[in-house]
Design a protein around this ligand. Structure first.
Ligand code: GDP
Length: 194
């Protein structure tokens, strides 16, 4: 079995609210190994490269809005001037580029077996009102899709956590150099992982 790496980003709202320590502690406490940590002022290019520039990703994001609007009887055309999922996803990506540059972001690379599943579990649902208590998003945010869209901004949901093993590798390589990642053994690691 292979260890996975995941990138965590405490987004500008998490940094501005002084939540860095509280959030990182949660990932450290479950036994994930922190192998890199840093602050960075993101550039547009980095944010554009970070979120996939694929039809599938745009569609997933746009459909999140459309599903939510269908439940609430709202019309996507009022905010987006379209109800095409891919076009909506592209608009949200533009908002993400602005949002990520509001203040520095704080990043951690964590490593462990089934690390991706664990970081997603601890982060909680993308939509804060649907994120369960006990998760980072459930405990520290309460944003809704319709409010975020109406204000032409992304959901302010505190954290980014890699969503698939290949995304973890790609994102870690985008934001961290080899020299910024460290190799060491956690106390009790061999018992924890075997
Ligand atoms: P994540 O992996 O849980 O962060 O979710 P995604 O990769 O699908 O989306 C990236 C980020 O875009 C989310 O964390 C939100 O901040 C934002 N976002 C996603 N979907 C929507 C949406 O429908 N409307 C708005 N306003 N923001 C969204």
């Amino acid at each position: 079995m292979k260890k996975q790496k995941a990138l965590l980003i405490i987004k500008p709202d998490g940094v501005q609210r002084g939540l860095i320590g509280k959030i990182i502690t949660r990932f450290e406490s479950v036994g994930l190994k922190i192998i890199g940590l840093k602050f960075e002022m993101a550039t547009s290019d980095k944010v554009i490269a970070h979120y996939p520039e694929t039809e599938a990703w745009f569609k997933k994001v746009g459909e999140r809005t459309l599903t939510n609007y269908a439940k609430k009887g709202l019309d996507a055309k009022i905010v987006f001037k379209t109800d095409d999922a891919v076009s909506i996803g592209k608009i949200v990506k533009g908002w993400l580029v602005t949002y990520f540059q509001e203040s520095p972001v704080f990043m951690a690379v964590v490593e462990g077996y089934d690390c991706i599943e664990i970081v997603r579990k601890l982060s909680g649902n993308t939509i804060p009102v649907q994120a369960l208590p006990g998760t980072v998003r459930g405990d520290f945010s309460h944003d809704t899709i319709d409010l975020a869209n109406e204000q032409n901004r992304p959901l302010r949901n505190i954290i980014h956590a890699s969503d698939a093993p290949e995304d973890g590798e790609k994102e870690v390589n985008l934001w961290f150099t080899k020299e910024e990642l460290f190799s060491y053994e956690l106390a009790g690691e061999k018992f924890m992982y075997k």
